[in-house]
Design a protein around this ligand. Sequence first.
Ligand code: ADP
Ligand code: MG
Length: 827
Amino acid sequence: EKKLTDIKEILRKEDESKPAVFIPVDRLPEIQEARLRLPILAEEQVIMEAVRENECVVLCGETGSGKTTQVPQFLYEAGYASSVGIIGVTEPRRVAAISMSQRVAKEMNLSTGVVSYQIRFEGNVTKDTKIKFMTDGVLLKEIQRDFLLQKYSVIIIDEAHERSVYTDILIGLLSRIAPLRNRRGLPMKLIIMSATLRVEDFTENQRLFRTPPPVIKVETRQFPVTVHFNKRTPMEDYTGETFHKICKIHRMLPAGGILVFLTGQAEVHSVCRRLRKAFPYRPNREHTGETQISKTSRRATKKNVCLPKISLDNYSALPVDEGDEDCQAGIDEDDGEGSDLELELGDHPDNDAEEKSDPSIPLYVLPLYSLLAPEQQAKVFRPPPAGARLCVVATNVAETSLTIPGIKYVVDCGRVKKRFYDRVTGVSSFKVTWISQASANQRAGRAGRTEAGHCYRLYSSAVFGDFSLFSEAEITRRPVDDLVLQMKDLNIEKVVNFPFPTPPSGETLISAEQLLISLGALEEPPRRGRLNEMERARLSCPITPLGRAMAAFPVSPRYAKMLALGRQQGCMPYIITIVSAMTVREIFEEYDRPAGSEEESSRLAGKKARSFQMRRLWAGQGQSLLLGDLMVLLGAVGACEFAGCSQQFCEGNGLRYKAILEIRRLRGQLTNTVNSVCADAGVFVDQKMAPPTDGQVVYLRQIVLAGLGDHLARRVQNEDLLDPKWRNGYKTPLLDEPVFIHPSSALHKTLPEFVVYQEIVETTKMYMRGVCGVQPEWIPKLLPQYCHFSAPEQSPAPWYCPQTGRIKCQQQSTFFRVGWKLPAVEL
Ligand code: ADP
Ligand code: MG
């Protein structure tokens, strides 16, 4: 009898767990065939059963196993995108959100109105959308609007191994949202997908999930990859070494694609250019302006006259990808020109290679990095021209986000470019560092997808042994003020108690809270006096009305504060423009890239001179000049709008066209947000703004000061008495070393006594970028929390003491409702 009830129970369970509906998908035969080759297809049942029976499931599988493209389809077919909700997929990178939505739409033979994407500025979501790919930041904003995420029946967190900050936060939040939904009878599933097996931070974290979620591993048909270490490790010219290695592989080894890992866009460019020069295959060489071509190259050219020419010319106008770390210039490369094809063949591992290979096979060289335009990026997925060897020169986007077909050889420089922040000072710098062992193995794995492969590591095995085992989570390496504000807006007051997969340090949380308090976004702590770190970390300062208004803006708190103050004297459109331009990275074209020929070099120099001339013009004179680099941004955007925002205008004046278009979109979006936060704000986007009046410029400078108050610097006094290294230097509260106005700044020669800056970036020196001049008498009025007031009656000294542990904010919390005004200032 017992058995019978058991069976009944099983049947009942089965019945319950059956999908409500089965939605057929009408795939093209060739797509279906390719799908069936993916290892994940064999696991469909296991995965779907686990999803049915658990609130949260963790799915691990090698890059290319089919997680991103197939799991949403499994869920769709099982009826998860029915009337109860849609399927949401988050990606840490914008390129992945766009390209994966397109790929899945294509595989399912559905329109992009059904399988859609949403990134910060754009998307193609419709009311018919069933599968929505989005960046993790987009979902976080949606949680603010609807904490239960009622429109989703499933959320897939993709690329969780990358440990991007937003992914981590989302996992923390969703670990609470899913049970809440289930309790309310609105079941929601959570699927965490990772390309590595290291998922303990999610599964074995008691604070996240009380019962550890099941982990499903997708076995991949991985072919053996032979790893070749270098005998020595090049410390300096590793791009040169990379180039040599590619040449060797191409000339000596049998057919098969080459995937190269470098650290940044500039390196990718440089190696691509050298390779194209060494192995050209352009049909009309007279148009290319190239002069020296090696013997090998000439042969290659002759034989393959019909191959398409790949344009490298539109690098100037690429979309900006936030969260992407590979676009900073400033890492110098030793880029000797590629006349160096005489290679020793001695140490090569594949000794019978020469017979098999034909050096005249053309090399089809493609760059790949996050900022590359999507249509350029899509090229890597297409087969190379017949008879040519594919060579993709990539940054670490190719490590896990995108799978490139047909790769047999991997060349790994062993490095990655990362942004580092100083925890105390917030100074950021881009540094090239060694990758982790896990990353190195991921990279090597790219070579064994279709057949046995080889991975050439440009470092020794001893160096590899010193790599850290895994890369650290991003949240432990960057300031978290934006996150803390978003969390407070979600009414998570005790941020220290939040179930972070990896919690940021107490120090980082404290400095984020302090910044938010001083911006007026959080209430002042109830207790006073010296608190020790732990006590302070436990403080739970609630959000103020100003903080809520700030949290509504999709920009970091300092900029949000400026927007919150922008509603006076008609300044809002200017502030919106300035903030938009500061948020979009690199609106100016970089002309310091290595040139291929003398002609190109002089062309670049000419363009650079013109760009600097325009910047001086946009900065203007008098008041306007004191707004500094922010005036340059305003002037550039303004001028561009008057010129009809044409690509030609941008290129002629050193502006990145794509950045300008993005600023345009962000201006529209921020204007809508301002109008929705405050119904009577009545700001409208006037694409063609008149330049601000002198009076407005004064207000703009004050608003900027109020937002960037903790980024104040004062020019050193009596510099003759100091060490010469202080010449033209500035002193900031937290740094002992001088900081300087960046040579590209509008205020580089003016050197106002007090300035605020957007950021300090350390290259050869510590440089302030985005500099704006401020008047000393504004500081005590606008930033009393940073000031020492000697005696109430005396006029306050225009200097501030950052060391004071006491932070006071009196007037900020009345934004919009009462209309907080800045103190009037005489011109
Ligand atoms: P994972 O997410 O596990 O890394 P994907 O789902 O991204 O794997 O990829 C599965 C397979 O689909 C890959 O092996 C790749 O060959 C193929 N693929 C993915 N994107 C594209 C694309 N845009 N064009 C052609 N093939 C693609
Ligand atoms: Mg994937």
